[in-house]
Design a protein around this ligand. Structure first.
Ligand SMILES: C[S@@+](CC[C@H](N)C(=O)[O-])C[C@H]1O[C@@H](n2cnc3c(N)ncnc32)[C@H](O)[C@@H]1O
Length: 327
């Protein structure tokens, strides 16, 4: 993402309707020209928002989509979504945001004070969500570890406690080897879908829809289409607030988000998964306290309707949360 930021005495954008020009933005403040690239789907937008906020001080922020010539420009659809998401994060952090219209021909007049600096900023994703690469390499071995330490058993017991909340269609956003999906099918559900960014996993999930997409984006799912979204042993690998934003869009009114995560997170021993993988995992995983996890979901607009805890073993437990999108 490339940004050009400068203080404006006035910025005016207009769109043409027939022979007339209709003003869209007409304001003073800090103008931010936003150029979005394909890889920005992986960008930590909270980081971008913090930088903009710092530079803009208390001035109103005027977000103007502005595509430069580039061979890796994001699609219109993605760029629109990303800029919208950025505006929401900025607004939620207390900034006054003026948004320009996206994807239409328009004119821009900018008036600045002579000598005021232009800030150029470029943001790249820190990494392309490495967690899935880890699981591509280690998948079955890690599953075996979860099997042996009683994790899967606890997961099934948790599902039993929360089963009344399952409403189809159900999507498991990071389904791994599909253990939870198999258990949901055994409960009698049929419209169940599995997603996981790791390659190969989809081949093992035969007999129902599966996708290989980033859980933050889930581009092939329609907004307002899912009865239940499941996040099981996945939250600690995500930019969780970003994922919540998307999941919120995908749920139907009254739909549920089920989160199942272990707490505290116990790192496997070197002897369980090998020293190299064990070191890798420490870099990837960012455990979040259950209370904070719950607060983030509630702040995203969902309501907490159920919370359960069960022991995995004497050292840690499985936390189960059910949140509902307002009707
Ligand atoms: C700890 S495993 C949990 C798998 C399964 N839910 C379970 O409980 O057995 C985490 C899974 O999330 C997947 N994953 C990690 N980051 C992802 C992302 N951004 N989008 C989709 N899947 C992701 C990994 O490939 C891995 O299969």
């Amino acid at each position: 993402m490339k940004l050009q930021l400068f203080k404006v005495k006035k910025v005016k954008t207009c769109k043409r309707i027939g022979n007339r020009f209709m003003p869209i933005v007409d304001s003073a403040g800090v103008a931010v020209l936003v150029h979005v690239e394909k890889r920005d789907l992986w960008l930590d937008l909270t980081r971008v928002s913090n930088e903009i906020k710092r530079k803009a001080r208390d001035n109103p922020i005027i977000l103007i989509p502005f595509a430069h010539i580039s061979s890796s420009l994001a699609s219109m659809e993605d760029a629109k979504k990303i800029i919208y998401e950025l505006s929401v994060i900025l607004r939620d952090s207390g900034c006054e945001i003026i948004s320009d219209e996206f994807g239409i021909p328009k004119s821009i007049d900018i008036s600045v004070n002579l000598g005021d600096p232009i800030n150029f900023m470029e943001f790249r994703p820190r990494s392309i969500v490495p967690a899935y690469v880890f699981y591509e390499k280690l998948g079955k071995r890690f599953s075996k570890h979860l099997e042996e330490n009683g994790h899967y058993d606890a997961q099934e017991r948790m599902l039993e406690l929360l089963r009344e909340h399952l409403t189809e269609p159900i999507l498991d956003t990071g389904c791994g080897q599909g253990r939870l999906i198999s258990a949901i099918l055994r409960l009698g559900h049929s419209r169940v879908m599995g997603n996981d960014l790791a390659k190969g996993i989809q081949h093992e999930l035969q007999g129902f829809v599966s996708t290989q997409e980033d859980a933050h984006i889930l581009q092939s799912y329609e907004e307002g289409s899912l009865g239940t979204i499941i996040c099981c042993n996945l939250a600690y690998y995500l930019d969780f607030e970003r994922a919540l934003f998307r999941w919120n869009q995908l749920l139907v009114q009254g739909g549920k988000l089920i989160i199942i995560e272990e707490w505290p997170f116990i790192y496997p021993k070197d002897s369980d998964i090998g020293g190299e993988f064990s070191r890798m995992l420490r870099k990837i995983v960012r455990p979040v306290k259950p209370e904070k996890l719950s607060r983030l979901v509630v702040n995203s607009g969902l309501q907490l309707v159920e919370r359960k805890m069960i022991d995995i073993d004497e050292n840690h437990e499985l936390q189960g949360f059910v949140f509902q999108k307002q009707i």
